[in-house]
Ligand binder design. Structure first.
Ligand code: PLP
Length: 425
């Protein structure tokens, strides 16, 4: 055991070269494309954990800590990360066109997005490597999540946001005490500047596209899905895994992490089958989908979508995303902003969950995949809601429609409500 954890090395996903699990962002030979994948002593982990041991632990994402690259004796952040609820939503299932649909609401994390799973691991690695400051370039959620987790554990944070980051997300950064730098330019410009600043000022770079440890935190959603469906007491879907797990895709870390987490649960013998992954991009930013189907290297694209969290034209983690989707015999699909708006309404009205645009992109993708015959009507689907709807009020209001304005009397009310609901007493 290395550093009091089960990680054995960092393996480049291009050249397969392995490095010790120390402070390193990308493969020194392959450069920025050389994403590193954390390797573990799986035999040892698998001999140590059983469903009973896991089920005796607190209900949060540290319950799978042997699978995380953190010191097994680290002081954990207090904020509650993970173990987000899964809902069975029959009326939304009907709308999407499948037998059964489940939503896993990751908007319930401490800063209201899936990114908290990664940031929680990130701040522990920063402390372990002796940093007192963390930094990130982000379209929003990665940053607000880092700022929140850093505040909870006493680290300083510097955040580089692109020009178009929505105000509510920037507000979240400021209230957590982050130093916020709005970079006059694109996400890519912000990313590059953050990278240079981290080198120069010795800050720990949280950008999960390139930091190998961050994406490991995202695996816990895969671990949880396995346990919530099939573990001790897992009764959803009759104790069987869903046929599909649907995830929205920007940089590619989320789908890559969820996929790796599910594979680990299979390797540990805790599930017998990994669901097929459906990776969903916005039509206005779909470079990973294009690389997936053309079997070529990624070509950076323009971005034109209101789903700001997945508006990524130069994704860093596309190889890992494609690898995991292929490993699961999965598929990819792209949806329009109109379809995303529609999913915002239907997910809220038929499922009771308010997701941000990228948060419900999976639901829109599932519906389209049924129409295209990729998902069959008799299959079961879990869609991860990756961020809460209040994260981006401006866009939510476009989807929600307008309220009615009335005088403070019943006549005025009767004029606007449907006639059939008038009950005469
Ligand atoms: C970051 C994010 C995604 C996509 O994750 P990637 O790792 O960039 O693919 C999806 N939804 C929300 C709400 C996000 O914040």
């Amino acid at each position: 055991m290395n550093n009091n954890n089960f990680a054995t090395g960092l393996k480049c996903i291009i050249c397969d070269k392995t490095y010790p699990p120390e402070h390193l962002y990308v493969c020194p030979s392959c450069g920025i494309q050389g994403i590193l994948d954390v390797q573990y002593e799986y035999e040892k982990i698998n001999s140590l954990i059983t469903p009973e041991i896991i089920s005796s632990r607190p209900l949060n994402h540290w319950r799978y800590r042997e699978f995380l690259p953190i010191s097994q004796s680290a002081t954990l952040p207090q904020l509650h990360v993970g173990w987000t609820p899964v809902y069975d939503v029959p009326r939304l299932a009907k709308e999407v066109g499948v037998k059964k649909l489940f939503l896993k609401d990751d908007g319930r994390n401490p800063t209201n997005s899936f990114k908290d799973r990664a940031s929680a691991v990130g701040v522990l690695k920063a402390i372990e490597f002796g940093f007192d400051t963390v930094a990130a370039a982000s379209t929003g959620n990665a940053a607000s999540s880092l700022a929140g987790l850093a505040a909870s554990i006493g680290l300083q944070s510097y955040i580089f946001v692109p020009q178009r980051a929505p105000e509510p997300k920037v507000t979240q950064l400021l209230i957590f005490g982050a130093t916020v730098l709005r970079v006059k330019g694109s996400y890519e410009n912000a990313f590059d500047l953050c990278w240079e600043a981290c080198e120069k000022f010795r800050w720990y770079n949280r950008s999960s596209g390139t930091n190998p440890y961050l994406v490991e935190g995202k695996k816990t959603a895969g671990h949880e899905i396995a346990e919530q469906f099939t573990g001790t007491g897992g009764t959803l879907n009759g104790g069987k895994m869903p046929n599909w797990v649907v995830v929205s895709v920007g940089d590619g870390c989320t789908v890559g992490g969820v996929g790796k987490g599910l594979q680990e649960m299979k390797l540990a013998g805790l599930i017998d089958r990994v669901p097929r992954l459906l990776g969903v991009q916005a039509e206005g930013a779909q470079p990973i989908l294009e690389a997936f189907y053309s079997e070529t290297d990624l070509v950076p694209s323009e971005t034109n979508t209101l789903a700001d969290s997945i508006a990524v034209g130069t994704p860093r983690n596309w190889r890992r995303a494609i690898q995991q989707i292929k490993l699961s015999i999965g598929e990819m699909i792209a949806v329009s902003d109109e379809e995303i708006f529609d999913a915002m309404r239907t997910t809220a009205r038929l499922g009771g969950v308010f997701g941000e645009p990228a948060g419900v992109t999976g639901v829109a993708g599932a519906k389209k995949a049924v129409e295209r015959g990729i998902i069959k009507p008799n299959e079961t689907v879990l869609s991860v809601i990756t961020g809460n709807g209040l994260k981006d009020i401006q866009t939510a209001m476009k989807a929600a429609g307008k309220e009615m304005s009335i005088e403070p009397n019943l006549r005025s009310l009767e004029d606007v409500i449907p006639k059939q609901s008038h009950v005469v007493v």
